[in-house]
Design a protein around this ligand. Structure first.
Ligand SMILES: Nc1ncnc2c1ncn2[C@@H]1O[C@H](COP(=O)(O)OP(=O)(O)OP(=O)(O)O)[C@@H](O)[C@H]1O
Ligand code: NI
Length: 392
């Protein structure tokens, strides 16, 4: 890691929604960095706070939400001090659904030219030529014709390419991609991932890659932050995270990737769902679903612990790594360790069933039931059957 100022430094970011009924701490103390030219992943299940983090970075959080604490520094300058306008074109975002990013009543070319006018002061012939060039850069064939087409004339994959071209029209240094391939079918997904990798190399773009799909994280990112219920629970270079995950949540996410579980075995998913954080974090929010939770996990909030090995910078927010809280369960047994078994005892947790689904034709099996012997857990146990895609 160089001493140079990172391109983007998010520190202790807290974004809260004040609804009539409750306060939702959607992003609750998130910190991470993106350096120039690298791809950093933000991965977690639905509802974990990924999109709110992305919108916070872009200054796009709408009422009843607001950034209440923390900083978002772009090249050292805190965007939360109302500096978004000044850096509007420096950070661009690509959303999941290209349909919502493109205006149906204007041609693709018109929309790119508009971005070129705003961000690069290009007009007329120059803007038109540049728009065609951008469409060529993102791999749209016959760009000179396509530039005059309307969004509905493009397939999903082509529309997402056009959205990326629009993002590039701002000449950004950082591209935030919020599930950019989730709405696309698998072959097209791979093509868009290839395109992003190529753009990153050629344009020296930094990318913040947001997804729920660990397979995409493995393919596309250099470093990764695992987010759960508004908090980053583990951060590491992608290869070491996959080799040796240190947080039980990360281990569970990894086990859910098809292909990492032998075909004759059941594909586990994580029983239960991400809780909505309606108050400040006082305990481990993952404890109710954690196969390794022990008493202290539902009493204290885990801070990030340094779990570096061999000079690799990484950390995990888990009491299993905190020497102040010795426990009898011990750490897992290697990369696949910490799995559900008899050691998993979570006395105070309400929902500790560990779901498993079958992806080979047999009946769904429960791989473990820990803690909650009363059977009152509502959402634990056998999950919906999901036999592919690596989705959670
Ligand atoms: N406008 C809003 N008003 C109230 N709560 C919101 C609003 N937007 C998001 N939230 C809440 O913030 C939390 C985080 O949502 P977010 O959309 O960031 O999740 P996500 O990780 O992007 O999930 P997904 O994978 O489904 O996109 C959720 O509990 C969600 O209900
Ligand atoms: Ni989202």
């Amino acid at each position: 890691m160089s001493d140079a100022e990172p391109l983007l430094a998010v520190e202790d970011l807290r974004t809260v929604f004040h609804t009539d009924r409750e306060e939702i701490h959607a992003v609750d103390g998130v910190s991470f960095e993106v350096r120039a030219g690298e791809t950093v992943g933000l991965v977690g299940e639905s509802g974990s706070g990924k999109s709110v983090t992305a919108r916070s970075i872009l200054g796009l959080v709408d009422s009843p939400g607001a950034i209440e604490d923390g900083s978002i520094r772009y090249r050292g300058e805190d965007l939360t001090d109302d500096n978004w306008e000044r850096h509007r074109g420096d950070i661009a975002i690509v959303f999941q659904d290209p349909g919502s990013a493109l205006n149906p009543v204007y041609t693709v070319g018109n929309q790119i030219r508009e971005a070129l006018k705003i961000h690069q002061d290009l007009r007329g012939r120059e803007a038109r030529d540049r728009a065609v060039e951008l469409l060529e850069d993102v791999g749209i064939p016959d760009a000179a014709t396509r530039v005059g087409e309307y969004p509905h004339q493009l397939s999903g994959g082509m529309a997402q390419r056009a959205v990326i071209a629009m993002a590039l029209a701002c000449d950004p240094d950082l591209l935030v991609c919020d599930e950019p391939t989730t709405a696309l079918d698998v072959t097209i997904q791979a093509q868009i991932l290839d395109l992003l990798a190529e753009l990153q190399r050629e344009e020296d773009l930094a990318i913040l890659f947001i997804t729920h799909d660990m397979g995409v994280i493995e393919d596309a990112t250099d470093r990764v932050n695992v987010i759960y219920a508004g908090e980053v629970v583990e951060r590491a270079p992608t290869d070491v995270l996959f080799e040796n995950p240190q947080h039980p949540y990360t281990r569970a996410l990894l086990r859910s990737i098809p292909g990492r579980t032998p075909p004759e075995e059941t594909l586990p998913t994580i029983g239960g769902e991400v809780p909505t954080p309606t108050g400040p974090a006082t305990v481990c929010r993952f404890a109710p679903r954690c196969p390794d939770a022990f008493g202290a996990c539902v009493e204290v909030h885990p801070d990030h612990q340094d779990v570096s090995e061999g000079g690799v910078d990484r950390s995990a927010a888990c009491l299993l790594h905190d020497d102040n809280y010795p426990n009898e369960t011990g750490l897992g047994d290697g990369p696949d360790g910490g799995g559900p078994d008899e050691r998993s005892v979570a006395p105070a947790a309400e929902n500790t069933n560990y779901g498993a689904v079958d992806h080979g034709g047999g009946a769904p099996t429960e791989t473990s039931v820990a803690g909650d012997a009363s059977g009152q857990s509502a959402t634990g146990g056998v999950d919906d059957i999901d036999d592919g895609g690596g989705e959670l």
